[in-house]
Design a protein around this ligand. Structure first.
Ligand SMILES: *Cc1c(COP(=O)(O)O)cnc(C)c1O
Length: 423
């Protein structure tokens, strides 16, 4: 392979998405490889924040129904704008809550233990918050999570074998909850296959799309996924604490939300102020309280960019960038004890590269010292995400060059091999 900087520049010159890079606030002397944890601010997101702030400034209470983006319909409008990212119908997505609160809402709704079918199936590599939510949901129903939460084991500590998941779909399982992409290794699961297998056994299935929304196209509607939820602050660049999203398949419209609140109401009836809840007829029913207008504001501008760029092109570039990064790592860093922990095949690879090393914590500190922002996941993982809309191929090249210098000259040794509070 061509290891030159010129080749990276050529890739950039051919890249149709390179125009979006200028729309982001990229700090000088910094290569941002952490968009899988917190995406960068774009100028369009900044603009939509200022617009919504202005609507409050100038309209006061009337902002609910007036202005360019009436707040009363904003969650649904953003849901509609997100639908194509996950292959949903407009009414199947609503922007509300957070990943974890949406999971609570969806489990409260879709977990219906009956007879012998009482267990929830997850995996042992899932994000802790999802597991905490599932454990607490089981406790609320009077079940012991140690017995009722099955966590499919990983054979190698990195990946989950889909056959092992399917092999655990026994007749005592009521609900399966899995990530679309595993947050550490970046493994992309076959959502269509798992959904089909769960349904063949009469089991409901939902997915956490935090690490794929905005990076990978899905067909949630077509595949018949029962529900999904995700955050918008990672690949979708909606800012720290940005509001999350949920998907509920059309076939479940009319299901009564496990956790009801007035913003789940049929919009025509909400202000009747009746004590009888009339839920919306679509995914909107799963909202609870007043939308966090200021915290969804950036998403408005950000989603506009995805509508233009299209998720298919984003995925295409992301696959090319992660492939390029892996090839460079293998060519330049192979003598330094790195192991690529993510799946290498395109069908199973998410948006980031998972680089394992026993000295990962201090290599990350050294990378930061040299202007690269990676992230570290204990005990030994460096995640690098060359995000399609704002990371250039030349930056990918530069990252590997800097990492090579850090390793060749053992520059990481001046740091302690210990994680910081936020890693
Ligand atoms: C980022 C992430 C979360 C975070 O949940 P919040 O409620 O937004 O804090 C949960 N699950 C997964 C898989 C994640 O990647």
């Amino acid at each position: 392979m061509d290891l030159s900087r010129e080749y990276a520049k050529e890739l950039d010159a051919q890249d149709a998405l390179s125009v979006y890079r200028d729309e982001f606030y990229i700090q000088p002397e910094t290569i941002y490889m952490d968009g899988n944890s917190l995406g960068l601010l774009s100028k369009r997101a900044e603009k939509s924040v200022l617009e919504l702030l202005d609507s409050w400034k100038t309209l006061g209470i009337n902002g609910w129904m007036q202005g360019g983006h009436p707040w009363f319909y904003l969650s649904e409008k953003l849901g509609k704008m997100s639908a194509s990212l996950v292959g949903a119908k407009a009414e199947e997505v609503v922007v509300t809550g957070s990943t974890t609160t949406n999971l609570h809402q969806l489990v409260s709704t879709f977990y219906n233990p009956q007879g012998k079918r009482t267990k929830i199936l997850a995996d042992e590599l899932n994000f802790p918050s999802d597991i905490y939510a599932l454990q607490s949901q089981l406790k609320l129903r009077g079940y012991d999570p140690d017995h009722h939460l099955i966590r499919v084991k990983s054979r190698d500590g990195r990946l989950i074998d889909e056959d092992d998941i399917i092999g655990n779909m026994h007749e005592d399982v009521a609900l399966v909850v899995l990530p679309t992409v595993l947050y550490r290794s970046g493994q992309l699961l076959d959502i269509e296959r798992l959904t089909k297998e769960a349904h063949n056994r009469g089991i409901m299935i939902g997915f956490d799309g935090c690490h794929s929304a905005g990076a990978i196209p899905h067909e949630f509607h077509k595949w018949g996924v029962d529900f999904a939820y995700w955050c918008n602050y990672k690949y979708l660049n909606s800012g720290p604490g940005g509001v999350g999203s949920l998907f509920v398949h059309e076939k479940h419209f009319g299901k009564v939300p496990g956790l009801a609140g007035w913003f789940g109401s049929d919009k025509e009836k909400q202000f009747d102020m009746e004590h009888t809840f009339s839920p919306a007829k679509d995914a909107g029913a799963f909202q609870i309280g007043t939308p966090h207008v200021m915290s969804v504001a950036p998403l408005l501008g950000s989603l506009e960019m995805f509508e233009e760029a299209t998720i298919d092109k984003v995925r295409e570039k992301s696959l090319r960038s992660t492939r390029y990064l892996m090839d460079l790592i293998e060519a330049e860093l192979s003598s330094h004890g790195f192991v690529i922990g993510n799946p290498k095949e395109d069908e199973y690879r998410g948006g980031h590269v998972c680089l394992e090393h026993t000295e990962a914590a201090r290599i990350c500190k050294s990378l930061k010292e040299h202007g690269i922002v990676p992230d570290f996941r204990a005990p030994n993982v460096i995640r690098l995400a060359p995000v399609a809309l704002y990371v250039s191929y030349e930056e990918v090249w530069e990252t590997v060059q800097i990492m090579k210098r850090i390793m060749d000259e053992k520059l990481y040794e001046k740091h302690e091999n210990k994680r910081e509070i936020i890693a």
